[in-house]
Design a protein around this ligand. Structure first.
Ligand SMILES: [Zn+2]
Length: 260
């Protein structure tokens, strides 16, 4: 459910995804108050007043944070165990992390459409709280994220997930151009907005044509990560390194626990 919402709800800026997004309490009230042409969403005056008035970011309440009459919902993140069905394509026996070592985080993120959305990230259990806290910071700074669904939505295809500009973490696969496990196979790496932040080979080439405009750095565009910026600093606070600082190939979308 969350995967479908994340996948279709942010498919484009200002697109007609109402039928999909209306399934979530996150998006529906916003959509209801933002008719095409209106750039100033009005507060939904008819919204039920029964939601708790607390503005304290919750970390374990609902995956569909209630909209606040005065603005976007507070950040919320729910950390849960992962079932075999959750990772049908991206995990198999022999992967370097057991199923029991994985968690899924269902959390709020800020979209390129300037609205709150709910996404899901599969990650190593030991990093789940730290990574959720980073995404809480990204949400507070209104750093836009295109979509956030597990790579299982793309049947475990890293290429397809990247092509869809999907932010994701766990995937039991080898490192790009290598025969050894990627940090993603441990659930200890996150790729953020991979179209805006492509993997660029040492010779300057890249694999995704929709990322052509994002290869030359530094670059000032929404969702782009630059050296030392607030996104890099947010991950650095939990000790995670950035692939954009590598020598040779640069992986601008990539953050990992060990910096590789
Ligand atoms: Zn990566």
């Amino acid at each position: 459910m969350a995967a479908l919402v994340g996948m279709t709800g942010c498919a484009g800026v200002g697109d007609a995804g109402a039928s999909a997004t209306a399934r979530t309490r996150v998006s529906a009230p916003v959509l209801a108050s933002s008719a095409p042409g209106s750039s100033t969403p009005a507060a939904p005056s008819s919204a039920p007043a029964s939601a708790p008035a607390s503005s304290t970011p919750a970390t374990s309440s609902s995956d569909t944070p209630a909209p606040s009459p005065s603005g976007p919902p507070p950040f919320s993140a729910k950390i849960e165990k992962v079932s075999r069905d959750d990772v049908r394509y991206s995990w198999r026996p022999g992967c370097p992390v057991p199923l029991s070592g994985l968690r899924k985080i269902t959390m709020t993120y800020w979209g390129f459409d300037g609205q709150a959305h709910t996404g899901t990230l599969v990650i190593n259990k030991k990093a789940a709280e730290d990574v959720a806290s980073v995404f809480g910071k990204l949400y507070e700074m209104r750093y836009p994220i295109r979509r956030m669904v597990p790579v299982d939505v793309y049947k475990g295809s890293d290429y397809d997930s990247i092509d869809a500009d999907n932010t994701s973490a766990f995937n039991c696969r080898n490192a790009t151009g290598s025969g050894s496990w990627s940090n993603h196979a441990y659930g200890l790496a996150v790729d953020v907005n991979p179209r805006e932040n492509p993997y660029v080979y040492a010779d300057g080439s890249h694999a995704h044509r929709n990322a052509d405009a994002f290869v030359d750095r530094p670059l000032k565009k929404p969702g782009v990560i630059n050296s030392g910026d607030r996104v890099v600093r947010a991950f650095a606070r939990i000790g995670w390194g950035w692939g954009g600082s590598w020598s040779g190939a640069k992986d601008y979308q990539h953050f990992s626990e060990n910096g590789r």
